[in-house]
Write a protein that binds this ligand. Structure first.
Ligand SMILES: *Cc1c(COP(=O)(O)O)cnc(C)c1O
Length: 480
């Protein structure tokens, strides 16, 4: 399998291992495979059996094997097994799927939850990050080199990255967080890690300041090369690939026959999670609708309703109670638009480089492609507000199911699009991460799962740092 950039088909085609450690393509585009392998009924039937016999990692190995041909198959199987198992995740199922009690009333296919948040940091980012940790360690050892991961987080990504890279040979992590801005559980999760290769930094500023600092340091090519800086952000192709697996497994767990359709509802921020759903559908997995759910930061809902993609300024981006979806632009969205525009890099560049660069927006409402977006690509969308989230969480709790605010956003929007097929809502975090909103909705503190007992009381390790690129470089240089 070869990979291309969304902005230039001709530039050069590269293999999986080459893009694993890279971020953007050299032309600023995102990497995608030259085509999407097609899943036929026989393959799906075989995977159904494989899931029953050997479990999640074995199916993951097959899915990944369609896209990775420069890692020997046995090695890849070992990587998958180390990433996705009942020691790393809460159960051997890795991603259990449950049917909601309310199902059956207005939705014949039922509403289901796919539990993506049973990993070490209780958010769906673990699904991809655990694989990335294994892949990085493998590839760095093969090349005889090391990497220094530099990132900024508003919560879920940073902790998922740290737990995935913890103890991996050849990897140091420097993670910037906005001082005092994460939830108490998120802070405890990151800052309780005590390891010489994991560095937590609290920046005197907001998340955007953290991101700007990362950009400034990464922009210093000499420094970047000297300290072998790399990133693990959501545009990394291996993360999208890892996420393909749970669409396949959730579909297998909910269906009985190999052509039965389901829909997925996805709480969406940077379009990483749902991008994998889009690719699964393009591969022929029987998906009817991809229900894209946003919170008040409705950049993507606006696009799927109107055809207009308008990025927001920092000032226009609200801080909501589903904070992991508070985005001003969606970093993975270019991948979908590339497919939408017939994989024509010239048309893609006109929108993402020219128009977005000069006007901060582009408008596809008049195109033939946008007119058939639901029919051809399955997308529908909606958004919800804080009041919607609180109401959904409260109503669900009365039925005995507690969901986090992000999952609540997806549930709310899913109900507007329920049809005859099963609707699988992707649960992206556990309630315990967002206790304040849970208390507001239900009046009670969410239960702390056994495996996180004592976390809030654990000693903390975090260094405070000024909002200054020079200071950050000094800090890094003193340690790697
Ligand atoms: C990251 C995250 C999201 C958004 O996922 P994208 O891939 O950015 O669309 C939703 N919910 C939770 C809990 C998250 O951590």
């Amino acid at each position: 399998m070869r990979y291309i950039s969304t902005r230039d088909l001709e530039s050069r085609q590269v293999g999986f291992s080459d893009i694993l450690l890279a971020g953007l393509a050299p032309d600023g585009g995102l990497y995608l495979p030259v085509d999407y392998p097609q899943l036929d009924r026989a393959t799906l039937a075989e995977w159904r059996q494989l899931l029953a016999d050997e479990g999640y990692a074995a199916v993951g190995h097959r899915v990944l094997g369609l896209y990775i041909d420069d890692i020997p198959s046995d090695d890849l199987l070992g990587i998958c097994r180390r990433a996705w198992n009942g020691q790393v995740f809460a159960s051997d199922d890795v991603v259990p799927v449950t049917r909601l009690p309310e199902s059956g009333d207005d939705a014949p296919g039922g509403i289901w939850l796919a539990h993506l948040s049973d990993g070490p940091t209780a958010a769906f980012k673990d699904m991809a990050m655990q694989l990335l940790g294994q892949l990085f360690e493998y590839e760095l050892a093969r090349r005889g080199t090391t990497i220094t991961i530099l990132g900024a987080t508003s919560g879920d990504t940073g902790s998922a990255a740290e737990y995935a890279m913890l103890g991996r040979q050849g990897i140091d992590v420097f993670m910037l967080t906005p001082a005092g801005r994460m939830t108490p559980f998120q802070q405890a999760q990151m800052f309780s890690i005590d390891d010489p290769h994991i560095h937590n930094l609290a920046v005197d500023g907001v998340f955007d300041d953290c991101q700007d600092l990362v950009k400034a340091v990464m922009g210093d090519a000499e420094f970047k090369q000297r300290h072998r800086l790399g990133a693990v952000n959501s545009i990394n192709w291996a993360r999208v690939l890892a996420q393909l697996v749970y669409y396949v497994v959730a579909w297998l767990r909910v269906t009985e026959s190999d052509d039965e359709q389901v829909s997925f509802a996805v709480p969406t921020g940077n379009f990483g999670n749902i991008c994998a759903g889009h690719i699964a559908r393009q591969m022929g997995l029987p998906i009817k609708h991809l229900v894209l759910a946003t919170n008040e930061n409705d950049v993507l809902d606006e696009f799927f309703r109107t055809g207009r993609y308008r990025v927001r300024s920092a000032a226009e981006t609200a801080a909501t109670s589903s904070p992991s979806m508070d985005i001003s632009k969606a970093s993975n969205f270019e991948r979908f638009v590339f497919d939408l525009l017939g994989r024509d890099p010239a048309r893609l560049r006109k929108r993402f480089v020219d128009q977005l660069g000069s006007d901060g927006e582009f408008d596809l409402s008049a195109t033939a492609e946008f007119a058939t977006i639901e029919q051809r690509f399955g997308f529908v969308s909606g958004s919800s507000s804080h009041a919607d989230r609180v109401m959904t969480i409260g109503a669900m709790a009365e039925e005995g199911v507690l969901v986090d605010p992000h999952t609540a956003d997806a549930l709310r929007v899913a109900r507007d699009h329920a049809g005859a097929e099963p609707m699988i809502v992707l649960e992206t975090a556990l309630p315990v991460k967002f206790a304040e909103t849970i208390v507001e909705a239900t009046g009670v503190e969410p239960q702390v799962p056994e495996r996180f007992a004592g976390l809030l009381q654990a000693p903390r390790k975090v260094d405070e740092i000024a909002n200054d690129a020079g200071a950050l470089k000094e800090y890094i240089a003193a340690r790697v």
